[in-house]
Design a protein around this ligand. Structure first.
Ligand SMILES: Cc1cc2nc3c(=O)[nH]c(=O)nc-3n(C[C@H](O)[C@H](O)[C@H](O)COP(=O)(O)OP(=O)(O)OC[C@H]3O[C@@H](n4cnc5c(N)ncnc54)[C@H](O)[C@@H]3O)c2cc1C
Length: 403
């Protein structure tokens, strides 16, 4: 094997998680090599695929601290209005009940990726190798030794798996997963609408799955429409005008007339959770560790919390002169993430089950629940603080402090 790379950390996957991990480590002077089997597009901000991400308040603080916050492309979410199908009961979250900050921001993925890619490419500490996957990886007490599919290779003190829900690294390490498909697929697109959205996000629970209308900058909104798998090919084959008609049938006329403003795409939805997020000289972050339904828009936020926790452990160990890939640090990472990951997965899965069916007793109970919660300001504020990530202490980056 021809060794081409020596770095402290090797990261498999240059998606949002892998790039964010590399830039986070770089902020404390830690060098990494990021490997992706796909090439990174040159100017990604020009290519819209309709995908958006809701970024919570604490995730924003972390991205701002790292210089990764694309402020000019971030649309604040001030209120959230939740309705249950045709029921007139609704739940209204007003950001002013939890303070003076927006509840989150919505950003097109292409702008997040562009910012992350630019920061990674400009750093002298980050080497990006694309176009070849890892074909072999050995981990032992001396470090990590890897070979790419073109025959080149390298060494590092530890490997971080950020290679998505079907993680090769996770499988090759023999880490098992649990999970299931929701029988739903999310259809994604951007719409242009006639009337202002006033930065209100709408989530309507329909029997086929949640239907979300999320405010973007200007008179644009992002649609995340989860629907039963069987209906999705039929909807995706409709022309733009007929598809917009289907959107209107599921929403109301509060935004006036609408039209599609970009391509549509679809993503089958499932839950996958790794039984372990650490192993010998190995840690998993992002979708490689946990993939979930987008009902609450929290998956990438959870991935950022993995990254903040892992980076803090690596940096602290390095400052103390300890092996950054040693077992103690990785055990600490495993322990520090257990409750957060388990709680969010359980809450997301429970919400999806509760709101994606039309069994009358369940529907009546949840409508009563919605109406009750709406009348309990303290409980609503608690839910909001939890979704914003402001409840409790977390790693330094999530509190807006540098590593
Ligand atoms: C419809 C939808 C809406 C969503 N909305 C939100 C939201 O509002 N808020 C939120 O927080 N989250 C949201 N999410 C979740 C969020 O998009 C994901 O959590 C996030 O994109 C995961 O990023 P990742 O980098 O971990 O994984 P991925 O994006 O899957 O990236 C993995 C990378 O690894 C590379 N790779 C894979 N295998 C290999 C290999 N063997 N060798 C080398 N490279 C490899 C791939 O090429 C890819 O670049 C949503 C998801 C969906 C589907």
């Amino acid at each position: 094997m021809q060794t081409v790379m020596q770095s402290e950390v090797v990261i498999v996957g240059a998606g949002l998680s892998g790039l964010a991990m590399a830039v986070t480590l770089d902020s404390a002077g830690i060098a990494s090599t990021v490997i992706d089997r796909q090439h990174l597009p040159a100017d990604i901000s020009d290519i819209s695929d309709g995908r958006t991400t809701a970024i919570s308040y604490t995730s924003r603080r972390m991205l701002e601290t790292l210089g990764l916050w694309p402020a000019e492309h971030a649309a604040p979410i001030l209120d959230i209005r939740v309705t249950d199908g045709p029921s007139r009961l609704f739940l209204h979250f007003d950001h002013r009940d939890a303070g003076d900050q927006p509840m989150g921001h919505l950003i097109e993925n292409r702008f997040l990726r562009a910012r992350f890619q630019q920061a990674a490419k400009q750093s002298r500490n980050i080497t990006i190798l694309t176009g070849h996957g890892v074909s072999d990886l050995q981990r032992d007490e001396t470090g990590v030794h890897y070979t790419l599919s073109d025959g080149s290779g390298g060494q590092a003190r530890m490997v971080i798996g950020a290679d998505g829900a079907k993680s090769w690294l996770r499988q090759s390490a023999g880490i098992r997963t649990s999970g299931w498909s929701y029988g739903q697929t999310a259809m994604i697109c951007t719409i242009r609408h006639q009337l202002p959205h006033h930065n209100v996000a709408h989530e309507r629970f329909l029997p086929g799955g949640p239907f979300a209308v999320l405010p973007l900058a200007g008179e644009y909104a992002s649609i995340v429409w989860s629907e039963r798998d069987a209906l999705v090919p039929v909807m995706m084959r409709l022309d733009d005008q007929a598809f917009a008609g289907e959107l209107l049938r599921r929403f109301d006329d509060s935004l006036g007339t609408i039209e599609l403003a970009g391509p549509r795409s679809s993503y089958p939805l499932s839950l996958t959770v790794a039984h372990d997020i650490a192993g010998t000289r190995l840690a998993l972050v992002g979708d490689a560790a946990h993939q979930m339904h987008p009902i609450a828009g929290q998956a990438f936020n959870l991935g950022l919390r993995d990254i903040a926790a892992l980076a803090e452990i690596i940096v602290d160990r390095r400052r103390l002169g300890l092996d950054i890939g040693g077992d103690e640090g990785l055990s600490r990472y495993r322990r520090s993430r257990r409750v957060d990951i388990a709680t969010l997965l359980a809450a997301t899965d429970g919400l999806t089950w509760l709101f994606s069916n039309d069994i009358p007793p369940v529907r009546i109970a949840r409508d009563l629940g919605l109406g009750l919660v709406n009348k309990m300001p303290r409980l609503k504020t608690m839910f909001m603080r939890s979704a914003m990530g402001t409840a409790g202490n977390g790693p330094r980056l999530l509190r807006g402090q540098h590593l």
